[in-house]
Design a protein around this ligand. Structure first.
Ligand code: SF4
Length: 205
């Protein structure tokens, strides 16, 4: 992205009460996360390849934050417990499946815990995305989420819906459907609740 494009997308999100930041690297974004979240605050984590790459859960925990990350769980009961606890944290960190230059954040979600926390619950939310997830319009972002992110997430999670082979969504109703929840965040009612970190790297899918 050039400087004009960066200013444009930050401005478009600002009009929707979402504060957007641009970083040259994931490491820079990580430093900003650590700087922004006080050590005394609880943090929920929405599972993401980008956050795993940052190792942000362990780093936050080691410096004193209480972190609810389902990947810490040892069994299904703990997964359920951590997902529920992460809904009422002070901060929530996650990624997204697609972001539009117009200012939309598009998310597909299997059980819905991630999108639930993004929409309501945690006081503050940080969404971290690589530039590979930026699309022009809401329509393009939705296509990315359904035709690109969904099949790759299905493979990662061990599911095999039709989009894995077809490389496009057919609105399947199979038992392997991975996107029971498709949620577009169009803005925030509470100013400064949501932050969008755009990183100049290819991150996740
Ligand atoms: S509805 Fe089915 S085919 Fe479409 S993206 Fe979701 S899992 Fe894939």
């Amino acid at each position: 992205m050039n400087e004009k494009e960066i200013i444009n997308i930050i401005d478009n999100f600002s009009k929707r009460n979402i504060e957007a930041f641009y970083f040259d690297s994931l490491e820079e974004a990580k430093m900003k996360v650590l700087d922004m979240i006080p050590k005394t605050k609880t943090v929920g984590i929405g599972n993401s390849q980008t956050l795993k790459k940052m190792n942000i859960s362990r780093v936050l925990e080691e410096r004193g934050n209480i972190v609810y990350d389902k990947t810490f769980a040892k069994n299904k009961e703990e997964i359920r417990d951590l997902k529920r606890k992460s809904l009422l944290t002070d901060w929530y960190i996650t990624s997204s499946n697609a972001v539009s230059v117009e200012g939309h954040i598009v998310n597909i979600d299997h059980s819905g815990n991630r999108v639930a926390a993004m929409v309501y619950g945690p006081d503050k939310v940080i969404v971290i995305v690589g530039i590979n997830k930026i699309e022009g319009t809401l329509d393009d972002a939705m296509k990315r989420a359904r035709n690109h992110a969904a099949p790759l997430n299905a493979i990662r999670a061990g599911y095999n819906p039709p989009c894995v082979e077809l490389k496009r969504c057919v609105d399947c109703l199979t038992k392997d459907r991975v996107c029971y929840n498709v949620v577009t965040i169009e803005g925030q009612y509470i100013p400064n609740r949501m932050k969008l970190f755009i990183v100049n790297e290819d991150l996740g899918f």
